[in-house]
Structures are given as structure tokens and as C-alpha cells.
Design a protein around this ligand. Structure first.
Ligand SMILES: [Zn+2]
Length: 140
């Protein structure tokens, strides 16, 4: 929501900036500046104001865009917290290590690596042992 508002502000900023640039270009094109019979002081004041507004919109838009982006990222705790874990203690070890993974297979892979640090060898990682690990895997 804030992100799209930011995008809108950036567009408004760019469009108004484009108008200012166009005016400057027109001024450059007109050979006789006196043809711009609109009070030049007023005219340049308007240009400066529009220019300032365009820059302000652009900067504000950038800020809103990035703030919005950060909020959207933080608004997805369900995807961020999605994942599984296995506490080493839950399988009977006197160890505070917790193995994480996106899914059970990944947790199991990491658990195998961790098991080796406990002196387990590939040979010890029996079907039965792995099943015990699997049943201890829970949500984060
Ligand atoms: Zn452990």
C-alpha cells in the first residue's frame, strides 16, 4: 500500500520535473525571451516552486517506497517462521544444539551432520535412528 503510494509520488515527481525541464527547453528555444510576456519574475518563481515540489515528491516517494518495501517484508512472519527444527535434547542428548531447516528433509540432513559431532558415524545412522530423529522434528 505505502509502496504503491511511494511509486505514485515518484511518478508525480518525475512528471512535474519533466514539465519544468520542458519549460526550460521552451525558454531555450524561444529566441526572444521577451515573447514570454508573462511577468518573468512570477514565471521563474512558479518554475522554482514546481521544481521544488517535483523534487520533494520524488524524495518523499523514494522514502515511502523503501519504507513500504521494508514493511511488506516484515509483514510476512508466516513465511519467515515457516520451517522446522529439531532440538538435540529431544532425542536424548545432553546438548543444547538446535538444528533448523526449511523442511523435514533439510532438518534431517543438518541433524546427521550434527550427529557426527557427537561421535556418530554413518554406520550409526540407521533407519531406526533416523526415524527417531524424524519424530522429534517440530515446527519452529
Ligand atoms: Zn547435539
Amino acid at each position: 500500500m505505502i509502496k504503491s503510494l511511494g511509486k505514485l509520488f515518484i511518478i508525480i515527481g518525475l512528471v512535474t520535473f519533466g514539465f519544468v525541464a520542458l519549460f526550460f527547453w521552451l525558454i531555450g528555444q524561444s529566441e526572444n525571451l521577451a515573447n514570454l510576456s508573462i511577468g518573468t519574475a512570477l514565471f521563474s518563481t512558479v518554475l522554482i516552486v514546481v521544481f521544488a515540489v517535483s523534487v520533494a515528491f520524488f524524495i518523499l516517494g523514494m522514502i515511502l517506497y523503501f519504507v513500504g518495501k521494508r514493511i511488506t517484508r516484515n509483514q510476512r512472519p508466516e513465511t519467515r517462521n515457516q520451517g522446522r527444527m529439531l532440538a538435540c535434547r529431544d532425542v536424548g542428548m545432553d546438548c543444547d544444539h538446535i538444528v533448523y531447516g526449511k523442511n523435514d528433509a533439510e532438518v534431517l540432513e543438518n541433524a546427521k551432520k550434527h550427529a557426527i559431532t557427537h561421535g556418530f558415524t554413518e554406520k550409526d545412522l540407521t533407519e531406526q535412528f533416523l526415524n527417531r530423529l524424524k519424530s522429534a522434528i517440530k515446527d519452529k
